[in-house]
Design a binder for this molecule. Structure first.
Ligand SMILES: *[C@@H]1O[C@H](CO)[C@@H](O)[C@H](O)[C@H]1NC(C)=O
Length: 527
């Protein structure tokens, strides 16, 4: 009996262990076996990935939904080609109108490489979505009961609340993720199986949210975008399976060797040899406590490089040739712009840059800096009970903790915030300037001020992205500084008394509550 079962085991094992590299056509799908632990299917009708089996377990799909661009492309032309040079690989090409999407597998790799060329606006293609079977990977531990206990929608149906009042939305970034530039991948692991979506270099993208029960690669995000939508090739971005570990670093977009894509005829592909780079020797007058980033942007591409601390040297690699607007960011605030040209195969060398528009170069009498690193509702709705009250609470310069100044103000939630301050006899002898720096505005919200009995002229709205913003997890819009000249006559002549600054959000637009006109505040100062 023992011998017989041993014999059977030996006879069966090779079938399970030695997967064969290659593909078959099952009539409906191209069935691709990477020759390791991964077998996946691509629909010949519409290019959907409708099965992903890793080590014998199906991970793809729920409620009959597949993994694909947008919510599926519809009937497409789907072809497959096999290459033996520069590597053994299979490439599925899906053409739908002006959109071409590629799915590439390499022999022996448990990775699916994805590339998406968006030709124009005629095809909606804002994302690739990987739909994972539920209850295999762990949920967000901060809200363990959330997925089984969705109570009510909060504003649109895309923001929901459970019975604890905890809010959740596909728009909110998980708390472990920050800006696009801060992380290489999203994903989940059970400890034994990890599934990861490794991001593209985002040279064609415009930011976006990250992870939910589904994994997304965002190609363009229509809410609150400040960039143009860029046409052309996104990717590769990589769906990678592991035996529980985090994904291989060589797949990260920040340091890839994609030379094996160069000869595959991918529409819009630009080889490294046809790219250039920017090398700057430094940035002068950097303020401590801030990371400086140098970014390039034009209508077709965007890139960035982080400046080293100390002298601020930076490089921006693998840039497609062209003319770019260069912006030096102190944190997330642009303090210098210029224009640079990048040529193929060479470096554009830049001398030391001295930022010319850093608001903190002005010596202020007082300055309330709302640190955007404080807890912010980037991963919950501003009504969420885990956040502290938005106020209004009065703020007394020199007494109140800076952290209690509201990061957001809405016309219908916490309007008419008061700031108490004293000035010396010398200071009230001349007019002063009060600045309110905002990072985002919703529904044309903008601040107007009163100082004691004096009221400012009403400023006009800043230019911001479309649809919602503050309630869908972002305070990042177009930074704007409102500057008010306050006449000397506005200040109290009794210097022992507190002057009262009132900040009031105005707008002719907006709804009620958190959908009323609002702003996200970075800084308020007086000089
Ligand atoms: C990139 O990979 C190719 C092989 O695919 C290799 O020939 C080349 O040397 C690599 N380049 C770098 C910079 O490592």
């Amino acid at each position: 009996m023992y011998l017989l079962s041993l014999f059977l085991a030996l006879a069966l094992r090779p079938l399970l262990v030695f997967a064969t590299w290659g593909y078959t056509d099952d009539g409906s799908n191209y069935v691709i076996d990477v020759g390791s632990k991964l077998v996946f299917k691509v629909s010949k009708t519409n290019g959907d990935i409708n099965s992903i089996v890793y080590r014998g377990t199906e991970y793809q799909g729920y409620s009959g939904k597949n993994s694909h661009i947008q919510s599926g492309l519809g009937r497409s032309t789907v072809t497959i080609a096999s290459h033996t040079s520069p590597a053994n690989l299979l490439m599925v090409t899906i053409t739908y109108g002006t959109l071409v999407h590629y799915i590439v597998a390499r022999s022996g790799q448990n990775d699916i490489y994805l590339l998406t060329n968006k030709g124009d606006a005629s095809v909606a293609a804002l994302r690739f979505i990987l739909r994972l079977k539920p209850n295999i990977f762990p949920h967000d531990l901060s809200t363990p009961d959330f997925y089984d206990n969705v109570g009510a929608t909060v504003e649109a149906s895309d923001v929901v609340r459970n019975s604890n009042g905890y809010t959740k939305s596909k728009h909110y970034q998980g708390s472990n993720y920050g800006r696009v530039m801060d992380f290489d991948y999203v994903g989940k692991t059970t400890g034994k199986v990890g599934v990861w979506l490794i991001r593209s270099n985002h040279e064609k993208a415009s930011g976006g949210p990250n992870v939910a029960e589904d994994l997304y690669e965002i190609l363009f995000y229509s809410m609150c975008h400040t960039d143009p939508e860029r046409w052309g090739l996104h990717g590769p971005y990589v769906l990678s399976f592991t035996d529980g570990d985090t994904p291989k670093k060589e797949l990260f977009a920040r340091n890839p060797n994609w030379s094996w894509f160069d000869t595959l005829g991918i529409k819009g592909w630009v080889a490294d040899s046809a790219r250039g780079y920017v090398a700057g020797i430094g940035i002068a007058n950097m303020k401590s406590g801030h990371t400086y980033t140098v970014a390039l942007s034009n209508a077709d591409y965007q890139y960035w490089g982080v400046a080293a601390s100390g002298r601020g040297a930076y490089t921006i690699k693998r840039v497609v040739p062209g003319t770019y607007k260069l912006t030096v960011y102190k944190g997330e605030y642009g303090v210098y712009t210029t224009s640079v040209s990048v040529n193929a195969g060479s470096a554009t060398a830049l001398h030391t840059i001295t930022p010319d528009s850093d608001p903190s170069d002005v010596a202020a009498i007082w300055r309330i800096v709302h640190s955007i690193n404080n807890p912010q509702p980037t991963y919950m709705h501003p009504s969420d009970p885990r956040l502290s009250s938005w106020g209004p609470e009065d703020f007394t310069v020199g007494k109140t903790a800076i952290s209690s100044f509201p990061g957001y103000m809405w016309k219908d939630v916490n309007n008419d915030h008061l700031v108490y301050f004293k000035l010396t006899a010398g200071q009230i002898a001349s007019a002063k300037t009060i600045r309110i720096g905002i990072t985002e505005a919703y529904a044309n919200g903008r601040p107007t001020i009163a100082v004691n009995g004096w009221t400012s002229p009403l400023p006009s709205a800043s230019t911001q992205g479309s649809t919602r913003s503050l309630t869908v997890g972002t305070y990042r819009g177009n930074n704007h500084i409102y500057s008010f000249t306050v006449p000397a006559s506005a200040f109290l002549t009794d210097v022992t008394q507190w002057n009262i600054l009132k900040i009031t959000i105005i707008s002719g637009s907006g709804n009620t509550g958190y959908l009323s006109a609002g702003i996200s505040i970075d800084c308020v100062d007086l000089y």
